[in-house]
Design a protein around this ligand. Sequence first.
Ligand SMILES: C[S@@+](CC[C@H](N)C(=O)[O-])C[C@H]1O[C@@H](n2cnc3c(N)ncnc32)[C@H](O)[C@@H]1O
Length: 316
Amino acid sequence: MPPQLNELAGRIPQRWRQRVPMRLRNALVDRLGSPREPFDPDAYPARVNLGCGYDKRPGFLNVDLNDFHDPDLVGDVRSLPALPTGRYTEIVAQDVLEHLDRNDGPRALAEWRRLAAPGGKLTLRVPDLPGVLRWLQREDTADHHRTVIHHMFGTQAYSGDFHLNGFTELLLCDELFRAGFGAVEMELRDEWLWEVEAIAGGPPLGLVWGPGFYPAEQGRRWAGAEAELVICSGAEGPVDVALNLDPSRHPGAQTRLTVEGAAASETVALEVHATPVELRVSVPPGATRFSLRTEGEPATDGRVLAFQTAGRAALA
Ligand SMILES: C[S@@+](CC[C@H](N)C(=O)[O-])C[C@H]1O[C@@H](n2cnc3c(N)ncnc32)[C@H](O)[C@@H]1O
């Protein structure tokens, strides 16, 4: 049945449809298909999983462009007029943004901001272009290069499964700030994917756990002997930021941690349970990079894990 006719048929209340004799109803359905029921967003949770693919999540309204994924709603995540403004407390778009045309990324983020409830959380995952290139350089075999190129450009199994865009932490923060998201936190997974959380209406500030950090439990991260932390600011001029780090020592031999960046430098002695370090810095618009390094013998662990830390950045 043509989609418009199908939608129209879906608007005829069930009880009226039942007045049509059963045999005629069945013949119509055989010929034209079942009428599609109108979509009622209130019948679904206030959490939405955009571009769900096969990752359909219970407790979420699952949306995808392709109906072979059997989502709750077939729709284009760049524009979802069937969904109400300001309803969704959690919006997930995992491995989706890179599948949109470069010019459509900002449009999609603006649409997701429209959907978000005040203070709602957006969770994204996208490839990190510099991370993909670091990964590529790690091994000089054709098989390795082929694997990395596959991840860089997408599986390409069907329309909507191609990567059309690439990201850096700075670009992603910039686009999130422009769309009205803030209080961004990003960390690298498998060294080439950004996992991102952003808050609708949050301050235009991003804390980015860069290369050298590895996810650990309960908001803490492991770090190598050298690691990079980035603060991205979307403010128009310099802003004062308090960077709070709560490091603790790996039970190896490292004893001192030095944090340098934005004309600030601090060296702290690391205890197993260290006292938090607060760095107050003035950050200009864009990305400000901090390097962290430890002194002392490296740990014997294969990943050269040196210390563990949790942290946050806030406008001072
Ligand atoms: C790599 S898959 C990710 C699937 C899932 N989120 C996951 O993490 O496993 C990308 C998904 O985005 C969907 N997609 C691509 N462009 C879309 C669009 N404009 N609107 C809705 N879905 C789209 C594709 O159909 C595909 O299911």
